[in-house]
Design a protein around this ligand. Structure first.
Ligand SMILES: *[C@@H]1O[C@H](CO)[C@@H](O)[C@H](O)[C@H]1NC(C)=O
Ligand SMILES: *[C@@H]1O[C@H](CO)[C@@H](O)[C@H](O)[C@H]1NC(C)=O
Ligand SMILES: *[C@@H]1O[C@H](CO)[C@@H](O)[C@H](O)[C@H]1NC(C)=O
Ligand SMILES: *[C@@H]1O[C@H](CO)[C@@H](O)[C@H](O)[C@H]1NC(C)=O
Ligand SMILES: [Cu+2]
Length: 643
């Protein structure tokens, strides 16, 4: 981020400052295409987004040229999308994967390395062109074109834009959950041994978890994952601040001590079960009933208390979407799942973005049905939900803050960007219109899919159909990105002096100082928003870290990086400075990780603005220890500091 750009944004923001503070944000559609469908949306540095799709098995734009492939990627299913929210446009370049990553799990790890783990097995390696290692373009039946990826561990390095697909798990996993742990290794849970068919529940259960790098062989069998089957796909899981892994499937919750040896096969001596979800017309709280989950902001002033929230999903009795939200503080012994206020709009498959001011945006999803389905075939869900809801944990209340226009049903996502705005991505089989008739249509009856209902339920004709190609169909692949500017972007923004700071490494426990431009709004708080990877309403990466401000004046702020990766797992974060009204700066990228602890001096006088966040006794003590001490290791940051 160039300094000029930051200054220009601040000036633009000040120009509109005179208006009444807005309570609603604005949606607009960015020009251009993501190239591949963002079933998997992974934020990369420099306003780039990795999108991964399933291999197309239905015709797309140039059916005569590439009968079964996405011509944008020649079937290799991944693109890096360049986002330009100021110009309102996007562009893409292919980032080919060789091993089918459809419905993999993923997380951002140490040094910003992306892990994409598991995926789909069906593959036709004989159809790979040996000379180019790209799929052949004359396949005539529906299948996939990539090597078997169901057991694959892929890493993507955003710096070199290259994949390493050389490693494997102990077993195959389709729909696994992947969590980057505090010390940087990866926890990989559940998934199915082949595509799950609820009408044929044979030989698909994989109720195990494992680690990368590998720790145990075979993988550890979990009694609760086994019990929950088939409701154990994309488990809800997080690294917790005090060190354990949170995992919830169906309606049961466990805390895993990953540092503890699980014992001989079948013993599983390393977990405790905590609160089960109360009985509601809502079980199970997982795929395909698909709520979303997120963590409330973790604050130093609250000693990093963690709260897990689940919102939305399906009412079992009617297949209507639910507006329920429930929360749990899993590190407080004896805590129970308790209701939060209902969302203004019921939805299944919602997506959540935790914003820099600590509010949570809920968007996307459907009003009826369930998750799942094949691109081009019938929707399992209908009645897309367009209103956008915002939860404020401080007031424990919801408001509706906008209305989007693009349906985001199965295989969608939401991502917070560096400038404090939000994008929505993905959604497959958009031809719900053709099946259900109107955007407001709601499925009738109780069956999941009735393939004989209606005349257009099979939108992309199979070879045996007599219909012309694509007759009466909408494109089942949504390549557009919609962009939301929250109301806070109409306020005057603080301005972080980015020169030398953007991309710098910050080590756990360090006391850091960041320069601000006096031309921006006065700063009252800072927050660190972890880069997002999201799929299937699951986002194990997303969390907002709110350090206490130790010193702030109009040109300088001092705060402390959390003491370890359990609170803030390693990887890239957006560092935001916020005004007292909660208007965020444009963020700079900082890379949290291990290393020598450094500390800038905390000025004891000369503060020209009140410090909004009170400093807890814990951090005050550590400030005393570190004040005046500047250690080596902050080379990237030093240039930006007045030291
Ligand atoms: C398919 O294309 C490949 C080259 O990409 C060619 O070698 C092969 O003969 C073709 N097969 C058929 C059946 O046309
Ligand atoms: C949890 O889910 C199981 C399986 O669906 C169900 O039998 C049980 O009643 C549920 N427990 C509660 C408390 O709702
Ligand atoms: C599916 O829909 C058709 C047409 O409405 C109806 O005749 C048929 O009974 C339905 N099938 C089932 C299993 O409900
Ligand atoms: C803010 O504090 C820093 C550190 O004490 C100091 O160098 C700087 O001059 C102060 N800025 C203003 C505008 O007072
Ligand atoms: Cu999927």
């Amino acid at each position: 981020m160039l300094l000029e750009t930051v200054a220009a944004l601040a000036t633009a923001a000040m120009a509109v400052q005179a208006a009444e503070p807005a309570t609603s944000g604005t949606w607009s559609t960015l020009a251009g295409s993501t190239g591949s469908l963002c079933i998997h949306s992974i934020l990369l540095p420099d306003n780039q987004l990795m999108c991964i799709e399933r291999p197309h098995t239905k015709p797309v734009e140039s059916p005569s040229l590439y009968p079964w492939l996405n011509p944008n990627t020649k079937g290799t299913t991944a693109t890096v999308v360049q986002l330009d929210t100021q110009k309102g446009e996007i562009s893409f370049q292919p980032a080919p994967v060789k091993y089918n990553a459809f419905c993999a799990g993923h997380s951002q790890g140490a040094d910003g390395i992306i892990h994409v783990i598991g995926g789909d097995h069906s593959a036709s390696t004989t159809l790979m062109d040996a000379s180019s290692n790209w799929p052949m373009q004359n396949k005539t039946d529906a299948g996939t074109f990539l090597y078997d990826g169901i057991a694959k561990i892929r890493t993507f390095d955003p710096k070199t834009k290259t994949w390493d697909e050389s490693k494997d798990m102990t077993t195959g996993r389709w729909y696994p959950t992947v969590v980057t742990m505090g010390e940087g290794s990866v926890f990989i849970a559940s998934g199915s041994l082949k595509n799950l068919d609820f009408n044929d529940l044979t030989a698909t259960n994989n109720p195990t978890y494992e680690f990368f790098p590998q720790r145990y062989q075979p993988a550890i069998r979990s009694q609760i994952l086994d019990w929950a089957y088939p409701h154990n796909l994309y488990p809800i899981a997080y690294q917790l601040p005090q060190g354990k892994i949170f995992m919830m499937v169906s309606n049961r919750t466990m805390l895993i001590d990953a540092s503890k040896d699980p014992g001989p096969a079948g013993q599983e001596n390393n977990y405790e079960e905590v609160a089960s979800v109360p009985a509601m017309d809502h079980q199970p709280w997982i795929y395909p009933n698909t709520p979303t989950s997120f963590l409330l902001p973790l604050k130093e002033s609250e000693n990093w208390k963690v709260t897990v929230v689940l919102c939305g999903g399906v009412l079992i009795s009617a297949k209507d979407a639910s507006s329920d939200c429930i929360s749990l503080t899993p590190e407080i012994p004896g805590a129970k799942w308790t209701p939060l206020p209902n969302m203004p709009h019921a939805r299944l498959m919602p997506d959540a973005a935790v914003l820099p001011d600590g509010t949570i945006l809920l968007t996307n999803g459907a009003g009826w049905g369930q998750a799942g389905g094949n691109a081009g075939d019938c929707q399992f869900a209908s009645a897309p939900v367009f209103p956008t809801d915002l939860y404020n944990p401080t007031t424990n209340s919801w408001t509706t803050v906008g209305t989007s226009t693009i349906p985001r049903l199965y295989h969608s996502g939401v991502v917070l960007l560096q400038d404090g705005s939000v994008i929505t991505t993905g959604s497959e089989m958009q031809n719900y219109l053709d099946f259900w008739g109107t955007p407001d249509a709601k499925g009738v009856g109780t069956e999941m899919v009735n393939v004989t209902r209606g005349v257009k339920q099979q939108c992309w004709p199979s070879v045996s159909d007599n219909l012309p190609l694509g007759a009466g169909c909408t494109d089942p692949y949504e390549y557009r990105i919609e962009h939301f500017k929250p109301a806070y972007l109409s306020g005057t923004r603080p301005v972080i002096v980015a020169a030398g700071l953007d991309g710098s490494k910050m080590t756990y426990g360090s006391t850091v100082g960041v320069q601000l431009s006096a031309s921006g709004a006065a700063i009252a708080s800072v927050s660190l928003a972890r880069y997002t990877t999201t799929t299937h309403s699951t986002n194990t990466d997303q969390r907002l870290i709110v350090p206490s401000v130790l010193f702030a004046n109009s040109t300088y702020v001092v705060f402390k990086i959390p003491p370890n990766g359990n609170i803030a797992p390693p990887g890239n974060y957006h560092l935001f400075a916020l005004s007292k009204d909660g208007t965020p700066s444009v963020a700079v990228r900082v890379l949290l990780g291990d290393g020598a602890v450094t500390a800038v001096a905390v000025p004891t006088s000369g503060s020209t603005v009140p410090v909004a966040t009170t400093t807890g006794t814990k951090s005050a003590a550590s400030v005393g220890l570190s004040a005046g001490v500047v250690l080596a290791g902050l080379i990237g940051l030093a240039a930006a500091l007045s030291i």
